[in-house]
Each structure stands twice: as C-alpha cells, then as structure tokens.
Design a protein around this ligand. Sequence first.
Ligand SMILES: [Zn+2]
Length: 320
Amino acid sequence: MFESEDGLKINANVLEQLQEWNLIPCEGQYLCARGHPLKLLECTASSDGFVWRCRKISKSGKQVRTCNQQISLRKNTFFDRSRLSMVKLIAFSYFWLKNVTQDFIIEELSITRPTAVDWCNFCREVVYDGMVVKGRKIGGVGSIVEIDESKFGRRKYHRGHAVEGQWVFGGVERGTNKCFLVPVEKRDKETLLAVIKNWILPNTTIVSDFWKAYDCLSDEGYVHFKVNHSVNFKDPETQQHTNTIEGFWRHVKYPMPQYHRNKKFFSGYLAKFMFVRHCKHAGLDPLSNFFKLAGALYNPLNPYMPEEAEDFEIEVMEEE
Ligand SMILES: [Zn+2]
C-alpha cells in the first residue's frame, strides 16, 4: 500500500475524522483572505485530494465574479511540517506510538531516515506539549504520591569525552498510576522542590527516601513520609513504602533506545512514556488521543509557530 503514492489520498471519511480531532477546521470556521467562508472541495490536482476554496460570488454592475481563493488542506496543520502524504503521516504516528524501531518504519513506509527523524521529533513535541506544557498536577488530599530520582545511562565515552548519564526525577500516584518525569541537572532542594510544586497538588501525601533535599516537604504543604528504598520494603511503623516507583523505573527504562541524544530528545521521550501510560490506564485509544493533542497544538485558525528544528546530533551517548 505504501510503496506507491497513488491510492494514498484521503477520502471523505478520513477527512471527517481529521475534523473530529481538530487537525483540520470544519467548514464555516475557515475564511479566505477576503473574509468569506471556505469550502472543502475534492481536487485531483492536489496531492492531499482536497483543497479549501472560496466559492463566494460577487456582482458589481453586470460583472459576476467568483472569489476563488484557494488554500492547501494542510496549511498551518500538523501535516504542514512534512511533504509526505497524510496517510503516511498518520501511519507513521501509529507506528511511533507502538514503539516499533525506526528501521521498521523507514522500510514499511519507504521513507528516508532524515524524514523519519524529523517526524519523530514532531511527534515528541506533540506529546511534550500535551503531557508536560499542558500537563495536569497529580495527587491531592487523600492521594499518595511516591517520588524518587533515577539515573539514566552510565558514564559513557564518546569522541574522547566522558558523558554522564541523565538524572530523572519522577513521581507516581498510587492507585491511579498518574505520573510525571522530569530530567534534572541537579538533585538539590531548589531543583526538586520546584518540580514537586509544579507537579504535585498541595496536601498530597508524599513518600520518598531519606535524600536530604526532601526534608523540607512537610513545611511546604505536604504530608511527608520517608522510607528505605528497596522493592518490597514496608516501614514497620508507618506501613509506608516506595514499591510503586521502584517498579515504575523499570518500565520507563525498558523501551529506552540504546542511545540517548540531547536534552530535548530526552524530555520528549519521557513525555511519550507518560502519554502511552496515561492512555493505557485511562482506557483511551493512543492514536486518536495523540491526534487530539496534535490538533490542540496545531490549530490552523490560530497557527502554531514552532521554533526552528534544533540540532539533534549533539551529545550522542552510545552503549559500550
Ligand atoms: Zn473569498
């Protein structure tokens, strides 16, 4: 199916689905430069199969004219960031959410590696926006959140430089599995407290290890318990434990690629983990919820202006 570009045009059903996800506007919402409502029309000349066109008729004296302004279906949408067909981009996003290898995607969709790298970046940007930038705090009165820090990657040598692993600070709400994951440069009180306040609601019960940075938590509006770290440990007095987050780290690290790239990649990777986990525990379909997030970020009626793509080739850390 993906070997030929023919037959990859979207049809009216897909179009309706894209509108439902807010990836493209509905008729009546979108106006031409002269302020007339645009209509979605089939167009064989366009690679997407449809275009927006203004059919407004104006009369002046005996002259009758059609406005005829035309806008590409993908203008200012998520799909505007690529020249691949929309069908391939939808398929790519599906594979990406399934955590298959990049090589698999490249082969199945007959695309180049730079194209695959770019679209991975755009997908990570979508889940980062949905899960982190617009993320919701976890915890609250009566909720227990276990927190911990974990180092990803060991000391590596790359082109003669020692590259340290990356510390990640995380929290999991017991029972609901809601979580947050934030790469941190330091594990001092200022850094960790800022993340805690950003991600955990006041009055939450927080369970941590004895790391000194956490000593302030009971003065910062939280109920705080400290326990020894190790799976299956329960404090004999308080019955508190951090078994949830201890097991959680294994899940976060398991699908981690063999090499990690720069910080932005890392944040995106963690956001994807949070997103897939959120869908699983809330019983949501990852693909439609991914596109809803994409539609919330890329709104053609209020265009999103992404920063220029960053260089993703710095600080490559390879497994020895
Ligand atoms: Zn018009």
